[in-house]
Design a protein around this ligand. Structure first.
Ligand SMILES: Cc1cc2nc3c(=O)[nH]c(=O)nc-3n(C[C@H](O)[C@H](O)[C@H](O)COP(=O)(O)OP(=O)(O)OC[C@H]3O[C@@H](n4cnc5c(N)ncnc54)[C@H](O)[C@@H]3O)c2cc1C
Length: 363
């Protein structure tokens, strides 16, 4: 996920909207164009000012005082390339530098209406920063709920553009987004085991997978493991993200194993009760302990009569690793992305453990 943040954040994701404001046609270009046009009939300066004021007031009223449900905001086209005008329903602090932002979605996003494959987990939407005409992708945590609302967990970076802008948005303010865009597709009966490894807000796609697949597919045979890491306890995800997964993993240990890590214990507290928090980064030992536990050793006298069991080759397992987080974390765990935003070869800890490329997906 963070390859976008580190390297492609200024890549033109959408030809019109990804250009920084400074590069968009400016006031001078517009003025020059007006001068070259045939002159309109002369108006007295008083009339001109009155016209401008009337036009401004009309635009202002339409923009700010319409308070209609989300469905009224939708554009006629449901193309993922067209921006949809929506509005902020809530925007709440959720720890240092993060907010939970809730926005309205159009009716064709509602679960009972959205039959398109592109809504299959994991999907995201591009939100546009209207001030500078730049868009960034964000992952709706639960997809779209029955009320037609999407909730995002959004981090603000000190010099980041869209994240900082989203943090300033207040209830009722307009917001534009486009989508859905598929990030990764879940396929039933394909993997015996899916191991999700996340850092920081990189947990958001896995929260969506949890809500839309893991907690809703009682018959799936796939076992899931989530290893999540944040810098310090107070930066761990808020209760609305963690609590449902913690409860589910306690009630269904054969379906979901959930382990939480922090880089360091700085004396701060997590915002919810977590059964165990491991200190230290997710390492080779972590994976050996939680994903590849050693077979129980047989006693020396048993070994006189039986051959020791062969060490299982991870390549023979139907296991998939999904990795999402800051780019240095992706590199350490699964090796860096390739050129032109390709997956690249498997390196890092997973490479060392013998995991091959069709067993890894870097989100
Ligand atoms: C599919 C997908 C889903 C995502 N979902 C979420 C989500 O649910 N929640 C979430 O918070 N984020 C999510 N992201 C990340 C998000 O899209 C943005 O990348 C992130 O919010 C930063 O954008 P920004 O405009 O705020 O910051 P940017 O302006 O992109 O800057 C971010 C940080 O990187 C630094 N930076 C800027 N440019 C460069 C550069 N060229 N090289 C190195 N550093 C640079 C800045 O100084 C700043 O500290 C997702 C990304 C993807 C690809």
């Amino acid at each position: 996920m963070w390859r976008h943040l580190q390297r492609s954040c200024h890549r033109p994701l959408h030809p019109i909207y990804s250009r920084p404001y400074s590069q968009l046609p400016g006031k001078n270009v517009f003025t020059k164009h007006n001068i070259s046009c045939s002159a309109p009939p002369e108006l007295s300066s008083g009339k001109r000012i009155a016209n401008v004021l009337i036009a401004f007031c009309a635009g202002f009223s339409i923009y700010f005082f319409l308070d209609e449900p989300a469905s009224q905001f939708e554009r006629p086209s449901n193309s993922p390339n067209k921006f949809i005008l929506s509005k902020v329903i809530s925007n709440e602090d959720s720890g240092p530098g993060t907010k939970l932002l809730k926005i309205a979605a159009p009716t064709y996003f509602l679960p009972h209406n959205n039959t398109a494959n592109s809504f299959d987990p994991i999907w995201s939407v591009y939100i546009k920063d209207d001030d500078i005409q730049v868009e960034r992708p964000y992952t709706p945590l639960n997809g779209v709920d029955e009320n037609g609302q999407m909730t995002f967990w959004i981090k603000k970076y000190p010099n980041g553009e869209v994240g900082r802008w989203l943090h300033t948005k207040r209830i009722g303010e307009p917001i534009e987004f486009r989508g859905p865009l598929t990030t990764w597709t879940w396929r039933e009966d394909t993997w015996d085991e899916v191991v999700m490894i996340s850092g920081g807000t990189g947990i958001t796609p896995f929260v969506q997978l949890f809500h839309n697949v893991i907690s809703k597919s009682p018959n799936t045979k796939t076992r899931f493991t989530l290893l999540h890491s944040s810098r310090v306890p107070e930066e761990l995800p808020p209760p609305s993200l963690l609590d449902p997964m913690i409860t589910f993993s306690i009630d269904n240990p054969d379906k979901l194993k959930f382990h939480v890590f922090v880089d360091e214990q700085d004396g701060s507290e997590p915002s919810t009760s977590i059964p165990a928090i491991y200190t230290g980064r997710i390492s080779e030992n972590t994976l050996k302990r939680h994903v590849f536990p050693e077979e129980p050793k047989i006693s020396w006298w048993m070994s006189l009569f039986t051959n020791p069991p062969p060490t299982p080759d991870p390549r023979s397992r139907r296991i998939l690793f999904l990795v999402c987080g800051p780019e240095p974390m992706i590199s350490a765990i699964a090796g860096p992305y390739g050129r032109n935003f390709s997956q690249g070869s498997v390196g890092g800890i997973l490479g060392k453990l013998g995991i091959v490329s069709d067993q890894v997906y870097k989100l």
